[in-house]
Design a protein around this ligand. Structure first.
Ligand code: C5P
Length: 249
């Protein structure tokens, strides 16, 4: 198993197996809870996502702890600030060896370009992923922020803008995977808002099943609560891995 960000296979993920493609979101308040969940998953997956809740609480030491167990880390900090600040954050947070890092496409081309430049200057740069429209946003939520186009139109606009700055990875919902894949065949598509059939949707709005997202062209699925809050996380993860495998046949 990879323990170095530079050796993580990211682009070309469509050739990888289900185990590579399922990223489990460690949305926990502290490192002990996150590491306990990792232990319960019995090496079923290769990637874990560390988001704001856990990172703010534990910092780079939780990234290092997960990596030292042999897993790859997706650092989901959704950076969004002026270009100089985001470039500095890219340099600081990726010292820990995260393999993927998110930033909000809505930060604009100058911010994205500054982040790319900062990443390229690092010895083992993370794959930068531009978050387009959050999967918790429906048309009404989007309209409330002053954006009067559909989520899909906004995703495509932001993805093109990010692509033009050199970013080759996007976070979007399963609803946009097929059109994103068509427009940007070489991009890595990372898709949250995944819910197996019959599972609670929580606060997610633009959702799809694992098989629908994979069939539409997703490279990676980000799944949190359907696994982390399940009575038996390993059983839940195994069922999802089987669903991914079946969708690839
Ligand atoms: O628990 P659930 O499966 O809804 O978790 C989804 C994860 O994906 C969360 O950690 C959330 O922060 C993240 N995410 C998302 N929508 C995005 C980007 C990231 O839900 N657009």
């Amino acid at each position: 198993m990879s323990s170095s960000a530079s050796s993580v296979a990211i682009s070309g993920a469509r050739d990888l197996g289900p185990r590579d493609q399922l990223i489990v979101a460690l949305d926990f308040p502290d490192g002990a809870a996150a590491l306990a969940l990792i232990d319960r998953l019995e090496n079923l997956v290769l990637w874990f996502k560390i988001g704001l809740e856990l990172y703010v609480s534990e910092g780079n030491k939780i990234v290092e702890a997960v990596r030292s167990r042999g897993y790859s880390v997706f650092l989901d900090l959704k950076l969004h600030d002026i270009p100089n600040t985001v470039a500095g954050a890219v340099r600081s947070v990726t010292k820990s060896g995260a393999g993927m890092l998110t930033l909000h496409a809505a930060g604009g081309p100058a911010m994205l370009a500054a982040a790319q430049e900062a990443a390229f200057a690092l010895p083992s740069p993370p794959k930068l992923l531009a978050v387009t429209v959050l999967t918790s946003m429906d048309p009404a939520q989007l309209a409330s922020t002053g954006i009067a186009v559909s989520p899909a139109d906004q995703v495509m606009r932001l993805a093109k803008m990010a692509y033009d700055t050199g970013i080759r990875g996007f976070v979007a919902s399963a609803e946009e995977v097929a059109i994103l894949r068509l427009a940007h065949p070489d991009a890595t598509l990372v898709i949250p808002g995944i819910r197996p059939a019959g599972v609670d949707t929580d606060d997610q709005k633009r959702i799809a099943t694992p098989s629908a997202a994979i069939a539409a062209g997703a490279d990676y699925l980000v799944i949190g609560r359907p696994i982390t809050q399940a009575a038996d996380p390993a059983t839940a993860a195994k069922a999802i891995l089987e669903e991914i495998a079946a969708a690839k046949l």
